[in-house]
Design a protein around this ligand. Sequence first.
Ligand SMILES: C[S@@+](CC[C@H](N)C(=O)[O-])C[C@H]1O[C@@H](n2cnc3c(N)ncnc32)[C@H](O)[C@@H]1O
Length: 255
Amino acid sequence: MTTALPLMAGAWAASDPYSSALRHGRGPLFLRRADGWLLPLEVERWCARADPVDRAVLDRCEGAVLDVGCGPGRLVAELAARGRTVLGIDVSEAAVAHTARLGGPALRRSVFDPLPGEGRWATALLMDGNIGIGGDPCALLDRMTALLVPGGLLIAETAATDVDERAEVQVVDVLDPRPGAGSPFPWARLGTPALLRYASRSGWRPVDQWASGGRRFAALRSRSASSSAEPPKSTALISSQRARNTSADSPVPSR
Ligand SMILES: C[S@@+](CC[C@H](N)C(=O)[O-])C[C@H]1O[C@@H](n2cnc3c(N)ncnc32)[C@H](O)[C@@H]1O
């Protein structure tokens, strides 16, 4: 079976500058808007080990953790090293391969594709601005509701300023004159106030917000339901993903 990544996600996946930056562990790399505005991507930090700010976020995680847009996998690796049930998903083959090299289970999959453990994850992470994935925060929040157990925890990193923006962007290395930025794709940037506005419309309950190391975070709980869902089976999930964690063609483990 081949996973057909949606066009917008495929644009990250097929971005030569992104793959190359992950392979080398460094930028400079940017998201470029059509008007030329550049948002720096912190490739060096993403390719390093989890730092104290990351680790404090991970201390808040409950149960089985899904890291959405895990990139090169520092958070997945740290959680796996702590013995936690964790899965990273990312559309980029280079990101998934890097995560696997760090010892973290990961799947090459879009968050909008069918995923293992749907409705049973206790915590989901949208770190490093990943609330921007897909360029439609409400659609992404709805998807997170479907992935989490009722009452599950979402930890999202928001922009440092009070912004609420959607734009078509490309991943670019402005120092590299070669073509290869790939097609533009939709992306969003949200500060915490905007995230909380959208979240309250779709039934999320804010539980905390904090700033640390110049970064901002919000924790939200999804709608509760009376039904009690069974958590993903830790050992089965970890071992099945480790065995084939770099393939785009991996079947979804049975529920
Ligand atoms: C801003 S970077 C975040 C990096 C990451 N959190 C880390 O720790 O390095 C966005 C990541 O989301 C991934 N991504 C983009 N669209 C996605 C989608 N639809 N589903 C899953 N991952 C996606 C990209 O490939 C990229 O690795």
